[in-house]
Design a protein around this ligand. Sequence first.
Ligand code: F6R
Length: 609
Amino acid sequence: MCGIVAYVGSKQCQDLMLEGLKRLEYRGYDSAGIATMHNGKINVVKTIGRVANLEDKLETVGGVRGTIGMCHTRWATHGGVTDPNAHPHTDDRAGICLIHNGIIENYASLKTYLQEKGHVFKSQTDTEVLAMLIGELYDGDLEAAVQAALREVTGAYGIVVMCEKEPETLVAARKGSPLMVGVGNGEFVIASDGSAIIAHTSHAFSLEDYQVVKVTPKGFRTSTIHNVPVTPKVQQLEIDLEQIELGSFSHFMQKEIFEQPKALRNTLRGRTDIREGKIVLGGVGSFAKQLTMAKRIVLTGQGTALHAATIGEYLIEDLARIYSVAEYGSEFRYRNPIIEENTVVVAVSQSGETADTLAALIEAKERGALALGVVNVVGSSIARETDAGVYLRVGPEIGVASTKAFTGQVAVLTLVALYLARRRHMSADQCADMIRELEQVPDKMERILEDDARVRTVTEKYIDRDNWLFLGRGYNYPTALEGALKLKEISYIHAEGMPAAEMKHGPIALINDGMPAVFIANRGRQYEKVISNIQEVKSRGGRIIAVATEGDEHIKTLADDVFYVPDVPECLSPMLTVVPLQLMAYHAALLRGHDVDKPRNRAKSVTVE
Ligand code: F6R
């Protein structure tokens, strides 16, 4: 997702905006740009590549001056990765300058209209069309011109606009793409994410869809695109700098893998009652009855979140005995889904902004489902669309590859499954036993993390192999999918995850001498079957890397390398078995010399379809 940072106040803003922009680098982008206004003139500098490239370019031009400005990181959608397509964009008449996250869907017809009026475009972007449209409608009042332009637009936007004729004003607006306004003392920072604001002020408000804010050093005014005034709720940002800084770690992904035990304790805190043998989920309390009566639960998400959702499917079906199914948001929303009475849809998402997950949720809601969120970012679009929900509480996830959010999602889904099970048939004693096991998971995770150096050594052995398989069964089939996704997305090694039994139905043809096959072979109902699958791969020359339960000596006779995880009930095992796979992916990316936190072509949050 693109990043937005804008400032108005009394300070020279180039460097402070770039600092903010760097905090958004993790979201993924391919070009960057900045504009400031000085003596009524807007200066734009932009370039393809990293924020560091933008800094170099700024140095060669002597920097840009001004106490008002905006900067942006772009992740290309309309038009290739070129300097002219980077933001900010300007119009050709009224001195308008604009940055934009999202997509203007009707840009083509608007562009034709503007070209007929004589406007000349310099880029292929939908964003430039919006800058031109605002310029076309500008009649001495920037706020009114932005409102009028947005009434003509369909699509998603988070925008910030300034105009040479109003040298102390920023106007920002949102529909479907998050935007926050940090309220300081005589200064304001507008950003697409609180992490770019927190260094300046901890007071901020989020714009709602179809809202516009006009900001000057003296204050702000919020309204709708129809100019109806609204009063935003200024709140304390729940981020501290330590959470978004690396500290002693080399990469955010590494920090977040190692943070998992602490994050998980946070997820569980206050949500279990061992004495009563029950789960306490304040966020779903008023819907408890409806949830308990659910006949079908549809879990939806994308990528890693879908893998967590699939574990949720197994958990809910196994523990709560409710028919449940996990499905890609992108597929669910377009398949004309059947939503019967007593259907619950659960949207699983770290960011709470994933376009397909959000759309699936809305689709299910419109068809009558009760909507539940399993989300990390408080107040995000998905969190706001749901009827009820359980936050992950794992803290900001900055590494593009999701790690602590995954284990947090699985932990929350475990709580949801136990909550439902207990209200339906599970005894207090059974539930108390599970809580006891669940609460030991963070300590057990710590033991696995101690094996980090060995994981690196093992990864090094296979680092020249370009094709890997990840295989698991039952609860650990989704873990296999997650292990493969982690490896491919940051190390660019081709990896496939699948149910271990599926291998015989085709993929077995891929196995050749030395191909690494990672088996999740912890103790559980299907252990013996996984062992047979290991034999099948081994006898065809595959190299076996097994994730096994501590004390399993037999596996050593079959596997080339073993990572041990402490014993837990099978339904809790994915939170442990995934950890060596996360570490392996991390080390593989480093060993291949890749930028772990900024993998190519990836964006942290995918807000387009
Ligand atoms: C993989 C990864 C993605 C996300 C997916 C959904 O490491 O990060 O697959 O899991 O884009 O994102 P959220 O959870 O924000 O909805």
